[in-house]
Design a protein around this ligand. Structure first.
Ligand code: 0RA
Length: 657
């Protein structure tokens, strides 16, 4: 039928000029005005014309293929970054309809790519667009912002082709260029450099990360990513039969999961699909990621609320029914239930409403009830069927509840104390002279001996020293509860001066650099983990605003004659040896087992002197990244070795041998 219509157009007896006129309807004027509007204000449609906007174009085209997959007609998508910085997205779906569209008098393909509000809703049961993005205008927006764009459709035995240039102007109408026995759609576009002024170069990592996420969120869809720009083709394939379940395993890859099992549930009510996976790990931080129609709802919303409600309700019920909580004990809170929980909540909604300043919050109120009921029922069943895992969960949640109650008691204690002794700073603190917080640094130093060296070596004007006894490293597991019983931590809270928890007031802190200085061994890394976790949980703005640092003491001192070289890692030592050549044999090498082995002058020169020291700033800018960085800092195995190559290069340059 569609082919007949196509025939009609190409072989009609109406003279060419008249035909052009006849087709120059109001709709066609609207078309050009529509695409022109996109070019005038691209930001309205893709947010920005920076690198992010450039990539947004790729997401829009990929979204269309994903929609075809979600409709059940496509299982493989190829995304290729071509030489010359064009991108091709190929799917094996039904192919975009090629027949003449009733309203526009143009082929459906042309209509989709040129009319701003032509969604996927033509043809029977076209279905809704669930992959977020621009709700069906994506194709035309990308076309409007492209130097050129080509579409090939394989459908009903024919290959059809159309090309647009210069912001979506049809070069010539859709035409049949060959035969085929498969079906699908192939779109290639070249972003317009006059629109994307910052860059038109696609970033492989950016595309890879999003494609991987898309594959996690749309289970079973195989997405093959190729980068054909370099001398050697880069090719990666993403396909996850387990969907969000595998996503959670991936997110927990650097953590130690509480149990191998990932709790997974899926359901559909009132046309809304809900998919949730969760797994606890040995950390204290919740990592909950929610999505609606494959878009990250970073400010949560009704699906997240429904999930949290059900989680808290089901855990409390199970705890009471199975005597983990006694009748006279108070219920666990929602926060208690989320400590160390990694979860992915993904829903698909035909008509999502987004709220909030950045539209990152899902507002549809029915979603809360539906998510809560689907997830609640399946979690309840899981706990009943898996009592061993249920026990691990109950123990963890109740530990969190106890810790919270202990913290509350400690807070009340601290408050009472601070009223009485409001001016007294801890005796162990060697404070600095300056009262200008923006210039002041607090070094938290492992061990009294290193603390002594630090006190003697420091710049008294701006550097304060707070030694910590090694003992607190035992609190590793039962963290918050014992933390508050710990005098050292109490001293630290008073020294920093901004309070803690929900009362924490960053405007009151006494130092704008809090530097953790521990030995480069396992104990040192435990203390660092403890302190970081403590700051993250109880003084989070300190980390969020970049006030926390990790000092980098050297690992080796290598001496030759009267020259000393400090090496901060094994790689640097290797570089030094190579640089010295045969003379390396005469090096006297000292491996520092702890900060305590350095005298005051050495500690100042290598680790504390603002002119020479290297420090790592602990930054947790957004939750996703925070999680990753935290993993790196928390992991026993992976030391925070940033920009190793860069540091090394610098090191080599400064060597005057
Ligand atoms: C609407 C209806 C039909 C296919 C599509 C949309 C479709 C759109 C895109 C965009 C990228 N790839 C696509 N694949 C399919 C099916 C109409 C029919 O049954 O012939």
């Amino acid at each position: 039928m569609e082919n007949d219509e196509l025939e009609k157009e190409t072989h009609s007896f109406i003279p060419e000029e008249e035909k052009a006129d006849a087709n120059y309807t109001e709709e066609n004027i609207q078309v050009l005005e529509g695409l022109e509007a996109v070019r005038k204000r691209p930001g309205m449609y893709i947010g920005t014309t920076s690198e992010a906007g450039l990539h947004h174009c790729v997401w829009e085209i990929v979204d269309n293929a994903i929609d075809e997959a979600l409709a059940g007609y496509c299982d493989t998508i190829h995304v290729t970054i071509n030489e010359g910085n064009t991108v091709t997205v190929k799917d094996n779906g039904r192919g975009i309809p090629v027949g003449i569209h009733e309203k526009t008098g143009r082929s459906a393909v042309e209509t989709v790519y040129t009319i701003l509000h032509a969604g996927g809703k033509f043809g029977e049961g076209g279905g809704y667009k669930v992959s977020g993005g621009l709700h069906g205008v994506g194709a035309s927006v990308v076309n409007a912002l492209s130097e050129w764009l080509e579409v090939k459709v394989h459908k009903d035995g024919g290959i059809y082709f159309i090309r647009f240039e210069n912001g979506g102007h049809t070069v010539e109408p859709l035409k049949r260029i060959g035969d085929c026995d498969d079906s699908g759609t192939i779109v290639t576009f070249k972003p317009d450099a006059t629109i994307f002024k910052d860059t038109v170069v696609f970033n492989y990592q950016t595309i890879r990360d999003r494609i991987r996420q898309m594959a996690f969120l749309n289970k079973g869809v195989k997405i093959i990513l190729c980068d054909d720009r370099g001398a050697e083709q880069v090719k990666e394939e993403f396909c996850y039969a387990g969907g969000v379940k595998e996503y959670v395993e991936y997110l927990n890859r650097n953590k130690i999961p509480m149990s191998e099992d990932v709790i997974y549930c899926e359901g559909k009510e009132e046309g809304i699909t809900v998919e949730i996976a969760m797994q606890y790990n040995d950390s204290y931080v919740p990592s909950i990621y929610s999505f609606c129609n494959n878009i990250n709802t970073h400010d949560g919303g009704m699906h997240e609320d429904g999930f949290k409600m059900a989680l808290t309700r089901v855990i409390n019920n199970y705890a009471r029914n199975n005597k983990y909580l006694k009748d006279n004990e108070e219920s666990v809170t929602s926060d208690d239930c989320r400590e160390g929980l990694t979860a992915v909540i993904s829903i698909k909604h035909p008509d999502p409403q987004y709220e909030g300043q950045t539209k990152g919050k899902l507002g549809n109120s029915e979603v809360r009830r539906i998510t809560s009921s689907i997830f609640g029922a399946q979690l309840e069943r899981f706990l009943a069927e898996n009592p061993k895992i249920a026990k691990l969960i109950m123990d963890k949640v109740i530990l969190a509840a106890n810790a919270r109650q202990a913290a509350k008691a400690a807070r009340e204690n601290t408050r009472r104390k601070s009223v009485l002794e409001i001016t007294s700073l801890p005796g162990k603190l060697a404070d600095c002279a300056s009262k200008d917080a923006s210039k002041c640094e607090l070094f938290i130093v492992e061990g009294d001996s290193a603390g002594g060296s630090a006190k003697n070596g420091r710049d008294r004007e701006t550097q304060a020293i707070m030694p910590l006894r090694g003992k607190i490293l035992n609190v590793e597991k039962a963290l918050p509860k014992r933390v508050f019983g710990n005098a050292e931590i109490g001293n630290m809270i008073i020294a920093i001066g901004g309070g803690f928890g929900s009362d924490f007031d960053i405007s009151k802190i006494r130092y704008h650099k809090i530097v953790i200085m521990t030995d480069a061994d396992v104990d040192g890394s435990h203390i660092r983990i403890l302190l970081l976790t403590f700051f993250y949980r109880y003084m989070r703005p300190l980390i969020e605003q970049g006030y926390v640092y990790i000092a980098q003491p050297p690992l080796y001192k290598a001496s030759r004659g009267n020259k000393d070289y400090y090496c901060y890692n094994d790689e640097q030592l290797e570089v030094l040896k190579q640089k010295l050549g045969p003379a390396a044999k005469t090096l006297k090498l000292q491996r520092y087992k702890g900060l305590g082995e350095m005298d005051a002058i050495q500690l100042w020169e290598t680790t504390m002197d603002p002119e020479k020291r290297k420090m790592i700033r602990v930054s947790l800018s957004d939750a996703m990244e925070a999680d990753q960085i935290f993993d790196e800092l928390m992991g026993d195995r992976v030391e925070p070795r940033k920009d190793f190559i860069k540091n090394n290069a610098k090191f080599v340059k400064n060597l005057d041998i």
